[in-house]
Design a binder for this molecule. Structure first.
Ligand SMILES: *[C@@H]1O[C@H](CO)[C@@H](O)[C@H](O)[C@H]1NC(C)=O
Ligand SMILES: *[C@@H]1O[C@H](CO)[C@@H](O)[C@H](O)[C@H]1NC(C)=O
Ligand SMILES: *[C@@H]1O[C@H](CO)[C@@H](O)[C@H](O)[C@H]1NC(C)=O
Length: 320
């Protein structure tokens, strides 16, 4: 190509890119794309919340977990050894949470987890009560005596792994979504078991009210196991992708540091899985079970378009 040509091609490209960036809120696929991570269950791995957000690699942090709720139980956080919520020891997290939010990271409260402190939601009225309490305590703001101090979290994540906890999760999602308004977007997400459909959250997912669903491809079963080959994993991804309600996004749940034998190794994940799933129309990003020291490997051009913008802009500039 001649020099003059390549110059005008560059100018055209620049214009196209600025238009794309300017109108990106209108484009569904770029809205929520990024990496989400759970924080709270592994002191050694997690590091501090502030440092996690300062890496610039995460778009969503799920505080794990609001472990006690439902059927009349008082809401209670469990952030393992990070701090003791019962004595007010977690209130100092508010400044770190705000620092994350100031960087554009969305901080969500994750309900549930792989524990037995919660079991289910008993009735539709109970769902409404849990939603109201969770909203008033963690999302509404102006509550300095709350367990996390004066914070206004961005949304709620459901990670309902307690076996056979079937009750009223769809009612809970509807009750939480009722707090959405033009002034207030309440992010809603779920972590789903890899086997489709998720026995606990299936009905909640089909409400279509979730912004994204993160499928746990680290569950130890054949449909998700790297032993069975990546073709099998991609088949499961496609099943989820084709059944997800219109407008919702799909995240791939990955646990790189897990010792589970079925877990895909980083090179297999980045070479064989990520390039394929990231071209799905509903691809939203990668969910990490916990902070990952090599998270940067998720950011080659094809991988993800990170809402935080930093890496995205860097990669655009390097193209030009
Ligand atoms: C918090 O969760 C951890 C891990 O699931 C558990 O070992 C611990 O007993 C829980 N703490 C409280 C106070 O319930
Ligand atoms: C959930 O907890 C059980 C019992 O502690 C454990 O055997 C299982 O591996 C855990 N699953 C995940 C995905 O962490
Ligand atoms: C991170 O990357 C380094 C260098 O490639 C590697 O030695 C290390 O094992 C990786 N850590 C994890 C948890 O994958």
């Amino acid at each position: 190509m001649k020099a003059a040509h390549s110059q005008s091609t560059k100018t055209l490209l620049l214009w196209t890119l600025s238009l794309l960036i300017a109108f990106s809120p209108l484009m569904r696929s770029s809205e929520a794309c990024g990496v989400s991570v759970y924080w709270g269950q592994n002191l050694a791995q997690d590091g501090s919340l502030r440092e996690l957000c300062e890496t610039g690699y995460y778009s969503y942090v799920n505080l794990a977990y609001l472990a006690t709720f439902g059927c009349g139980q008082k809401l209670a956080l469990n952030l393992t050894d990070h701090c003791d919520p019962a004595s007010g020891g977690c209130r100092s997290l508010s400044t770190e949470i705000q620092a994350c939010q100031n960087r554009g990271v969305k901080v969500l409260l994750s309900l549930g987890g792989n524990n037995t402190e919660y079991q289910e939601i008993c009735t539709a009225e109970d769902a409404k009560k849990v939603a109201d309490n969770a909203y008033n305590t963690f999302l509404k703001g102006s509550n300095p005596d709350g367990p996390l101090g004066d914070v206004s979290l961005d949304g709620v994540d459901l990670d309902i792994e307690y076996p056979g906890s079937m009750g009223h999760w769809d009612d809970l999602v509807r009750a939480l979504a009722s707090y959405r308004s033009p002034q207030r977007k309440v992010y809603l997400s779920a972590s789903a078991s890899c086997s489709y459909p998720d026995t606990n959250l299936g009905k909640a997912i089909t409400t279509g009210l979730l912004d994204y669903v993160a499928v746990r491809f680290y569950d130890d079963n054949l449909q998700c196991s790297c032993y069975a080959g990546t073709a099998r994993i991609l088949e499961t991804w496609n099943k989820w992708s084709s059944s997800l309600p219109e407008g919702n996004q799909l995240f791939y749940g990955w646990w790189p540091s897990s010792n589970a034998g079925s877990q895909c190794k980083p090179e297999v994940f980045t070479n064989e899985i990520l390039p394929v799933i990231s071209s799905s129309p509903d691809y939203g990003g990668v969910m990490l079970r916990e902070a990952y020291e090599n998270v940067s490997i998720l950011y080659p051009a094809a991988a993800c378009c990170n809402t935080a913008g930093l890496h995205r802009k860097e990669s655009l500039i390097s193209v030009l």
